[in-house]
Design a protein around this ligand. Structure first.
Ligand SMILES: [Cu+2]
Length: 287
């Protein structure tokens, strides 16, 4: 009995010691995204500071953590900051900032964004991942695939103040974490590296406008958490349909060594500016 009480006390102490209040900052910048064929595209992204980067910052916390998140609007226009799963929706005037408190209640992958165009998640970039892990998963090898797409002409029209007919959308660029193929080669956040038997987490979000079908060669993964219209929690699959706005936490435990591709079975999305291979194409390297 004494031993159980002592164990409970130790467990409780460990839990309290590991839960933490943290602070973090997102700065919404406008800059120019460089495509595979060297086209500069007006683009918005949430970064760590006022220096524009085409990858949106990832926010990571563990269950039990409280995060005081400052969001700065460093653009010339009024912007929104939205995390639907946390019932957060705020307006930020140009040059102003807000602070939101996020409490990690359960593991999951969420999308934060600079608002929506119509019913869609912010079209031209400004949206990233908020990841909440269990304490046991907090230090596991973790990789990130934030999928986006855009049609260059529509982005240029939007930027010049024109309205856009979304019914004719035909995206010609596809990005993972804001990057295209040459930038993705050797990219440590998106290309999975690990060993046989290791528990590897992959966080997947679709913050673009079109649906993707992510196909693993060589391995199956388990959908351990997420918000998906098509993928049931707990399902073990080699192909995951990821609709716009979906977020999934996948667990991969490799059973063999080798180098395998993961790509979008919507094959237009493995191109960029009409060039192949590009876009949604990652490599799994298991030693
Ligand atoms: Cu395939």
């Amino acid at each position: 009995m004494k031993r159980i009480a002592l164990l409970l006390l130790l467990f409780w102490t460990a839990l309290v010691a590991s839960a933490a209040t943290k602070t973090s900052k997102l700065v919404l910048n406008k800059g120019q995204l460089l495509t595979v064929d060297s086209v500069l595209v007006p683009y918005y992204a949430f970064n760590a500071d006022t220096v524009f980067d085409q990858t949106n910052e990832r926010i990571k916390m563990a269950v039990g953590d409280t995060l005081n998140l400052t969001v700065v609007n460093h653009t010339a226009d009024t912007q929104q900051f939205i995390i639907e799963d946390f019932q957060i929706s705020q307006t930020i005037p140009s040059g102003d900032s807000i602070v939101v408190e996020l409490v990690g209640k359960q593991p999951g992958v969420h999308i934060y964004s600079g608002g929506k165009t119509g019913k869609q998640i912010a079209y031209w970039g400004a949206s990233g991942m908020l990841v909440v892990t269990s304490l046991a998963d907090a230090n596991k090898a973790t990789f990130y695939w934030n999928l986006k797409d855009f049609e260059l002409n529509k982005v240029l029209d939007l930027d010049s103040g024109k309205s856009v007919d979304w019914s004719t959308l035909y995206p010609d660029y596809f990005l993972v974490n804001g990057k295209g193929k040459p930038q993705l080669v050797g990219d440590v956040a998106s290309n999975v590296k690990g060993s046989v038997g290791q528990s590897i987490l992959i966080m997947v979000t679709n913050t673009g406008k079109v649906n993707h079908s992510i196909h693993f060669h060589g391995f199956h993964a388990t959908a351990v958490e997420g918000k998906s219209k098509r993928v049931q929690k707990g399902s073990i699959k080699d192909t995951f349909p990821i609709e716009t706005g979906d977020a999934l936490m996948l667990l991969l435990v490799p059973d063999k060594t080798g180098i395998y591709p993961v790509h979008d079975h919507n094959l237009i999305a493995v191109a960029g500016g009409g060039k192949y291979p590009n876009g949604v194409f990652m490599i799994i390297d298991i030693k």
